[in-house]
Design a protein around this ligand. Sequence first.
Ligand code: HEM
Length: 267
Amino acid sequence: MPSQALAIGQFAKAPHNASRSPCPVVNALANHGYIERSGRKIYMEDLNASLRHVGMSSLLGSVFAIPTYFEFQNPHTEYRKKPVGTFERVWALIKNPYVFFDYFGCWKADQTIEGRKYLNLVDLASHGAIEHDISLTRRDVDQEEGNNDPQKDLIKQMIDSSSDKNNLTVEDLGKFIKARIQQQLKDNPGLVYGPAEHQVNCGQVALMMGCFGDGKTIPISYVKAIFQDERLPIKEGWTKRSWWRSMGLLEFFGAVRAMTTAVGVKF
Ligand code: HEM
């Protein structure tokens, strides 16, 4: 079916040659047409606006969407840059508080159309920005399978880690992340995973638990829709949180803390 025939919100698998990311939820937003279905030439305003379809507050959504459009700082060439003084740093923060999260930047300098920055979804896989080693369902950048494509065996392992076989709890996912850390320590000799990567990892899971679960559990049927089909679990009964009880910044920080506690790994 040509993509023009699809209504916004209607689910369809990614079209041939579409660009997709390591984030199952951003991919789902593209598969529902809330952002370009091709996953190409996505403007910041569109990515930001799409996040209300998963029940995030506009502040929390913009904390994720806006820094993604800072320039990608390749960790391998970062040392060549002139160090930035404290005054310049503070001034930059006053001008634009999102600069605090500039290490999340995935944008490359040639990606503009008429002065507007855009991203292709595959840019979210830029390693060392938001993308990190030890994902739940992707392998690492140094592994043959790469860091972008969903891995069926990992999705199955995650689902199988449910203790009651109907839901995944924060504790189930905590144990699963701990097992993934142990696995990757064996499988990836070049592994880079410290407190910063762990916070981001737990943050992504916390976001999922808050937007698609009740903060403590998420039904397995939702997890399958999100990870296997990259689809919002509407058929399975999920409804997005309304704007007055959308997931906000404070709830998010609390959920990240609960997730890191459940993993229980100290650095
Ligand atoms: C601007 C919005 C977003 C951006 C730029 C983004 C980006 C990313 C990236 C780059 C990853 C890969 C990290 C890695 O495993 O290496 C990721 C993973 C993930 N994201 Fe997002 N994301 C966004 C919104 C969301 C939202 C709204 C949710 C849930 C409600 C979400 C849930 C997840 C989950 C659960 C993972 C882990 C996947 C895995 O480890 O296999 N993300 N995201």
